[in-house]
Write a protein that binds this ligand. Structure first.
Ligand SMILES: Nc1ncnc2c1ncn2[C@@H]1O[C@H](COP(=O)(O)OP(=O)(O)OP(=O)(O)O)[C@@H](O)[C@H]1O
Ligand SMILES: [Mg+2]
Length: 391
């Protein structure tokens, strides 16, 4: 249960309001109560404040409980409402419950209030969570469908591009002017790039490339960077830092693309007003290294892939949760919360591990360590057995 619990209490009698507050505090329900007396203040509070629970008297001067309830249902649909009343008859209570009240407690049985509050708030939270999970699941299924459709769309697009590519080739032999040739060359290069992107999307949607192969991390990063530079807003500057030749890694290219793309998309989302996104790679030799997500110390040769952004960052208290399936801070319909859990799964299945550092307002850096495939140095020749000289 949230702490402190934000409660809106509609009660015209000061003493009763005090009693309710004391009853909750005595039962160790940490709460911040906003008490209002008039219908106008009640309506205003519903308009501006965010509450976890509404308590309301049933019979009030100039106002009645049922109207208070219907206003609450209209303005704050997910917030549970409990009637706390001295005069509520059985019939009125039933009507309130039918119209969506969560519970009712009589003022002379106030001892029941804390447990009613706990139950109402917990149930409302569970319901909100269930709704969110349902929406996320639907979105995941939609994305799955788009993935399935992408295959067909890519195929059609290939058919669109094929005659353009062929045409530019044939015309290349007929067009003589320098300017005309330049235009044709640009057209051909862009069409080829389009075909390449379609191929990438197709590979990604099919999830093929199943067999592990020896991969060049430079190429992985360059491919992801090129896809990002075609599709991300211009306000996001892309940088690629590769110090030179890297060790190869044994892995699944499609899955590793997916890892890097997920991280890049998260970085993009963290920079709605632009910023810089840097992809980097380097060889590293680890000696009993460990991270928050890899407590067991690791040693050996690794390739370190880094994706860093200058976005809004991740608050420290959320850092532990970001890899949880369905954990998202994005508004409904914008994030499924499956990106990072997939990243973690793929990295682990490659025998690697990861690390994250983030500072709110400054940016985030994800580090992916993949085991490097380093050719073993030839074993040193066995020292020749010592032969004792014949005497
Ligand atoms: N680079 C980042 N900067 C800031 N926050 C991030 C970053 N990457 C991840 N996060 C946080 O971690 C959460 C979980 O990320 P994850 O990729 O798993 O899900 P999502 O992006 O919300 O949804 P999905 O990837 O399924 O569309 C995000 O909602 C966001 O709060
Ligand atoms: Mg994501």
């Amino acid at each position: 249960m949230k702490s402190p619990l934000r409660i809106l209490h509609l009660e015209d009698n000061q003493a009763d309001a005090e009693l309710v507050r004391e009853m909750l505090l005595a039962e160790e329900i940490d709460c911040a109560v906003t008490c209002v007396k008039s219908p106008e203040d009640y309506a205003r509070a519903l308009e501006v404040g965010d509450f976890d629970l509404i308590l309301t008297d049933f019979s009030l001067p100039r106002f009645d409980g049922l109207s208070a309830l219907s206003l609450a249902r209209e303005k704050r649909p997910g917030t549970p409402t409990i009637f706390v009343s001295g005069t509520m008859g059985e019939e009125a209570a039933i009507r309130c419950l039918q119209q969506g009240a969560t519970d009712y407690v009589l003022k002379d049985r106030l001892a029941r209030l804390p447990s009613a509050v706990r139950r109402a708030v917990t149930e409302a939270q569970e319901l909100a969570l269930r709704k969110k999970l349902e929406a996320q699941l639907l979105r995941a299924q939609r994305l799955e469908t788009i993935g399935a459709l992408a295959g067909g769309i890519a195929h059609d697009l290939n058919n669109v591009l094929a005659p353009i590519l062929m045409g530019t080739q044939i015309l290349g032999q007929e067009v003589m002017s320098e300017a005309g040739r330049k235009i044709l060359e640009t057209m051909r290069a862009r069409a080829l790039r389009g075909a390449e992107m379609i191929q990438q999307i197709l590979t990604f949607a099919r999830g093929v490339g199943g067999e592990p192969a020896m991969l060049d991390p430079n190429q992985l990063l360059a491919e992801v960077q090129s896809l990002a530079s075609e599709t991300f807003p211009r306000a996001i500057r892309l940088q690629l830092h590769i110090p030179g030749a890297l060790h190869p890694v044994l892995g699944n290219a499609t899955q590793l693309h997916q890892v890097l793309l997920n991280l890049c998309v998260n970085a993009r989302d963290a920079m709605p007003h632009g910023g810089s996104l840097c992809l980097a790679a380097q060889n590293v030799t680890l000696d009993k290294a460990s991270t928050r997500w890899q407590p067991e110390p690791v040693s050996g040769e690794f390739v370190l892939l880094t994706v860093s952004d200058t976005g809004h960052g991740i608050p420290p208290e959320l850092l532990d949760q970001v890899f949880d399936p369905f954990f998202t801070t994005k508004e409904l319909g914008k994030g499924t919360g499956l990106g990072l859990s997939t990243v973690l799964g793929i990295v682990k299945s490659h025998g690697g591990f990861l690390d994250v550092s983030s500072e709110v307002g400054r940016g985030t850096t994800f580090k992916i360590y993949l085991p490097a495939n380093v050719p073993r140095p030839a074993p040193a020749p066995e020292p020749a057995p010592e032969v004792s000289p014949d005497i």
